[in-house]
Design a protein around this ligand. Structure first.
Ligand code: 3IX
Length: 214
């Protein structure tokens, strides 16, 4: 696993973000339009060719693999391919994570047609994705990296498409384990709750229990 440091400052990161974000937003809009369009079927082949032409243009120069999790010189993360928050990923709603007091992490997200499961309702996997990510951010609020070890997601009731609010925080620690909880709410209040154990991987522990010299 490699974390790439880009030799740029945060001003340059913001400049790059401002260039690429409108493209990603345009693609999100395209995804929504494809789902909801009612243009005549005869128009679809032309539109398909136009989209393929744009894709070809972007593919004329591209990286070999995924974007990775890059960092600026100041250590600001650029997980721009991430499916929950990625600035370059149209699959991401996107969720913009905010920091509150005492390690609270929260976000307001609008979930439209691309996130539908049951009719008019949010797909359960999308709730789990967003909660997993936000709980991960809450686990990371102390500055140590950790992976989702186990996550339990309880769907209290349906979640309506539209604006949703998410919150998460770390409740307690036990060695390398962080116990994190969170909620996802729609306009009627909490609809999904999550409990997770995030584990600091051995390579990131201050005194690795297994690899410590004898
Ligand atoms: C370092 C990651 C950084 C990732 C950055 C990513 C994106 C950056 C973007 C934004 C940055 C902000 C935050 C990140 C946000 C979201 C991230 C989303 C989260 C993910 O998408 S992440 C991918 C899915 N995730 C995995 O891909 C994990 C695969 N897995 C492993 O990497 C190992 O399996 C690991 C590390 C879990 C444990 O391995 P290990 O060798 O360190 O464990 P070890 O044996 O030392 O156990 C020590 C104590 O943890 C207990 N324990 C062990 N495993 C457990 C489990 N599964 N559940 C509950 N408890 C468990 C033991 O029982 C023992 O506890 P006890 O002593 O009490 O028994």
């Amino acid at each position: 696993m490699t974390f790439v440091f880009e030799d740029i400052d945060d001003v340059e990161m913001e400049r790059r973000r401002s260039v690429v974000e409108p493209l990603t937003d345009a693609v999100r809009d395209l995804v929504d339009a494809v789902i909801r369009t009612e243009v005549a079927e005869g128009e679809i082949p032309d539109v398909t060719a136009a989209v393929r032409a744009v894709t070809e243009r972007l593919r004329s120069r591209q990286s070999d693999g995924p974007y990775g999790v890059r960092y600026t010189r100041a250590g600001t993360g650029m997980p721009w391919g991430n499916p929950a928050v990625g600035v370059r990923n149209a699959v991401a709603p996107p969720m913009r994570v905010q920091a509150g007091d005492d390690g609270l992490r929260w976000a307001d997200v609008r979930l439209g047609a691309a996130y539908e499961g049951p009719p008019g309702l949010v797909h359960g996997g999308i709730c789990a994705l967003l909660l997993d990510h936000l709980l991960g951010e809450a686990a990371g609020a102390d500055g140590t990296p950790s992976f989702t070890g186990t996550i339990s997601v309880r769907y209290l009731r349906e979640t309506r498409l539209g604006p949703v609010h998410l919150e998460a925080r770390t409740d307690r620690y036990d060695g390398p384990k962080k116990f994190v909880t969170g909620t996802l709410s729609d306009a009627d209040g909490p609809s999904v709750v999550a409990d997770a154990v995030f584990v600091i991987p051995r390579w990131a522990r201050a005194t690795p229990p297994q690899e410590a010299p004898q």
